[in-house]
Design a protein around this ligand. Structure first.
Ligand code: PEP
Length: 265
């Protein structure tokens, strides 16, 4: 099972040091191994190099992901960070299409497809976020929105495979109304969406689906009972490494599935 902590625009060097101190405890190492858990941290660009170096220096079994990449590879695009920049510092994964990027920075479905293409081609594992808004839910437009977000991403992954590119990918279902709101989606809703996503598109290999949206100590065990989920993408709750550790303790020991063979790179 995959646990991804999204730090968003939080943390500082000293908070990161404290966080990694907790993750480097023997308790953490043992539990990840025993339970078959794979942990990743999505840090803001400014801290990526530092976190990645520290994780390696301390030998912590955690992958480091970016929170976004540019739609461009390089050039005169002030403020952007491209796939080659990530690779240059040894970061081999990134969140893409997070709802906060879509909502506050007007990222489009087309941008997400471009980013998916650049990541797959560069060997950077994309964790592609998708999800409906509150008004989509209320107006019955959920599946239409999901289709618009997912179909072109699926086509991009098919195209990559046809070209012999086998970079793994992850999908993260994050209903917009559940992110940071304290309200998480119902088990049946999640199950219905994941079934739609897995069966409604011609994926070249079975998607590995995570759920995100107000996951916490009070609900992670119940959510983990959903066999369709392979892990969680968590913001607020996992800003505290003790909560991440405690959440991992609450999870059942995972059967090794074919999915578990694919590690965050
Ligand atoms: C997220 O950042 O993707 C997220 C799900 O946040 P939260 O856990 O705070 O809802």
């Amino acid at each position: 099972m995959y646990l991804v902590a999204n730090w968003k625009m939080n943390m500082s060097r000293s908070l990161i040091d404290g966080y990694l101190e907790v993750l480097s405890s023997e308790a953490m190492f043992g539990m990840l191994e025993e339970k078959g858990l794979s942990v990743a941290i999505a840090a803001s660009h400014i801290y990526l190099d530092y976190v990645n170096r520290e994780v390696h220096r301390r030998n912590i079994p955690v992958r480091v992901l970016a929170q976004d990449v540019s739609t461009r590879l390089s050039g005169a695009f002030t403020g952007e960070v491209g796939v080659p920049n990530l690779l240059d510092i040894g970061v081999k994964g990134s969140l893409l299409g997070h709802s906060e990027r879509r909502r506050f920075f007007r990222e489009t479905d087309e941008d997400v497809v471009t980013k998916t293409n650049l990541c797959l081609n560069g060997g950077v594992v994309p964790v592609i976020c998708f999800g409906e808004s509150q008004s989509d839910r209320e107006t019955g437009a959920t599946f239409e929105t999901l289709q618009t977000q997912i179909e072109p991403v699926c086509q991009e992954i098919v195209r990559a495979r046809e070209e012999g590119i086998y970079t793994p990918f992850y999908l993260a279902y994050e209903p917009v109304w559940a992110i940071g709101s304290g309200v998480n989606a119902g088990l049946e809703d999640i199950q219905e969406v994941i079934a739609f996503v897995c069966k409604g598109f011609s994926w070249p290999d079975p998607p590995i689906c995570l759920y995100g949206g107000s996951v916490g100590l009070d609900n992670i065990r119940e959510l983990a009972s959903l066999k369709v989920l392979s892990g969680f993408l968590v913001g607020s709750a996992w800003l505290d490494p003790h909560v991440l550790l405690h959440s991992a303790k609450l999870l059942p020991k995972m059967e090794r599935s074919t999915h578990e063979g694919v590690r965050f790179k």
